[in-house]
Design a protein around this ligand. Structure first.
Ligand code: ATP
Length: 347
C-alpha cells in the first residue's frame, strides 16, 4: 500500500505568518556554483517557533540569510517566493529585495552575534546604531536608548546593562542583549541562527525561555530557530524542519518528529544525538555513516540515498515524492511505501 503523494502547494499554503516556496540560492564559484538552498519551501504559523535542524554544511545558515533578506555576494538568491505578514516578495536574480523589510518585517540574529559587539561601544550605543540604520539620524540617541530601555523592561532585563561594555557582561547576558536588540524595530519574524551554540546549558535555557517570552508578549509574531542541537530544539520549537544537503526532507510537530520520524535521515539524526535522553534511552545509537555530499555536485534522486540503509533503486535516480499532510510530511520513497510507519524500527 502507498499513501497519496502531495504537491508542495498542498503542504505549504500561503495562509501562515510566513510561507516560503521554491527558494533557491547559491554561492558563485570560479568554475561551478554551490547551490546551498535548493527548492526549499516551509511555513511558520503565528505565535510559533519553527526549528531548522541538520548537520553542519547542510545549508541552514544560507537559508537563514535568504529568509532574512541579508544574502550578500558570493551568495545569490536565484528564485523563490516569500509571503510574510501579508506582504509578498518574489526573488529574482540580480534584483535586490526591499531593504526596508530588514529588521522590521524579518530580523536576523546572526550566528556569533554576541561576539561581534564592538568592545569600545556600550550596549546602548548598539541600540542607537540599529534604530538609526533604519530610521536615519533624525532619531535622537536618547530616543533610541529609551526604546531599548522599554524593550529591556518588557523582558525583565536590567536597564543598567545599556550602560555596560560587552566585556562587562557574561556570555549568557550578551546573548540575551543581542536577542532583545534584534527585536528593536518590531519585526514580525525573528530568524535566530545558532543562538545558543556557544552557551552553557543554563544560559541556553535562559535564552530559549526569553524567545518563548518574546512570542508570548507578542513582541515578535514568529521565530525560526536554526541549530544543529536537537535537544535545544525539543525545548523551544513547536515544529521542526529537517534539512539535508540544501533541501528540507521532513517537517512536523517537534515531538512527532522525535518519536515518529518518517524520513531515514531524520531517524538517523535523532538516533545519533538524542539517545542520552531518559525517555528514549532504549533506542540504539545508529550514527550516520559517511558525510553530506558536495553541494556543487549533489547525488541524483534522493540526496540522502548514498548514506541511507533503506535506499531502493528508485531513490538513486528519481526525486522523492512528498508524503503526508500539511502538519507532517516527508520527501521519501520509503515513506510512500510504508504509510504511517515510523522509520525508527527499520534503521
Ligand atoms: N561564502 C561561501 N562561499 C562558498 N560556499 C559557501 C560559503 N558559505 C557557505 N558555503 C557552502 O554552502 C554550504 C552550506 O553552508 P551553510 O553555512 O549554509 O551550512 P550550515 O548548515 O549552516 O552549516 P554550519 O552548521 O556549519 O553553520 C556548504 O557546502 C558550504 O561549504
Amino acid at each position: 500500500m502507498s499513501v497519496e503523494v502531495k504537491s508542495i502547494d498542498e503542504v505549504v499554503t500561503t495562509n501562515h505568518l510566513l510561507s516560503a516556496r521554491g527558494l533557491r540560492a547559491g554561492y558563485a564559484g570560479r568554475t561551478t556554483d554551490t547551490i546551498a538552498v535548493d527548492d526549499v519551501s516551509l511555513y511558520v504559523n503565528e505565535g510559533e517557533v519553527l526549528g531548522i535542524a541538520g548537520e553542519s554544511g547542510c545549508g541552514k545558515s544560507t537559508l537563514a540569510a535568504v529568509l532574512s533578506l541579508t544574502a550578500v555576494p558570493p551568495l545569490h538568491v536565484l528564485a523563490g517566493e516569500l509571503d510574510v505578514a501579508g506582504k509578498r516578495l518574489s526573488f529574482e536574480p540580480d534584483k535586490a529585495p526591499p531593504r526596508e523589510w530588514r529588521g522590521t518585517v524579518v530580523s536576523l540574529l546572526p550566528q556569533g552575534a554576541m561576539n561581534s559587539l564592538s568592545p569600545t561601544a556600550r550596549v546602548g550605543d548598539f541600540a542607537v546604531q540599529i534604530v538609526r540604520a533604519h530610521e536615519g539620524r533624525k532619531v535622537s540617541a536618547s530616543d533610541a536608548k529609551g526604546r531599548a530601555a522599554e524593550r529591556f523592561a518588557q523582558l525583565d532585563l536590567p536597564a543598567r546593562v545599556l550602560d555596560a561594555y560587552p566585556h562587562q557582561l557574561s556570555g549568557g547576558m550578551k546573548q540575551r542583549v543581542v536577542t532583545v536588540l534584534s527585536t528593536l524595530l518590531n519585526p514580525k519574524l525573528l530568524i535566530a541562527d545558532e543562538p545558543t551554540s556557544a552557551l552553557d546549558v543554563s544560559s541556553q535555557r535562559i535564552v530559549t525561555d526569553l524567545m518563548r517570552e518574546m512570542l508570548q508578549k507578542q513582541l515578535v509574531s514568529g521565530i525560526i530557530f536554526v541549530t544543529h542541537d536537537l535537544p535545544v530544539l525539543r525545548r523551544v520549537a513547536d515544529r521542526v524542519a529537517i534539512m539535508y544537503a540544501g533541501q528540507i526532507h521532513e517537517t512536523g510537530p517537534t515531538e512527532e518528529i522525535i518519536n515518529r520520524a518518517r524520513h531515514p535521515y531524520t531517524g538517523a539524526l535523532i538516533g545519533s544525538v538524542l539517545v542520552p535522553e531518559p525517555q528514549i534511552r532504549t533506542r540504539r545509537i545508529s550514527g550516520i555513516k559517511g558525510s553530506p555530499p558536495d553541494l556543487s555536485d549533489p547525488p541524483a534522486g534522493c540526496r540522502f540515498h548514498p548514506r541511507c540503509s533503506l535506499a531502493m533503486d528508485v531513490c538513486t535516480t528519481e526525486q522523492p515524492p512528498i508524503v503526508g499532510d500539511e502538519r507532517h510530511y516527508a520527501t521519501c520513497w520509503w515513506a510512500k511505501d510504508h504509510p504511517g510507519e515510523p522509520v525508527e524500527a527499520k534503521l
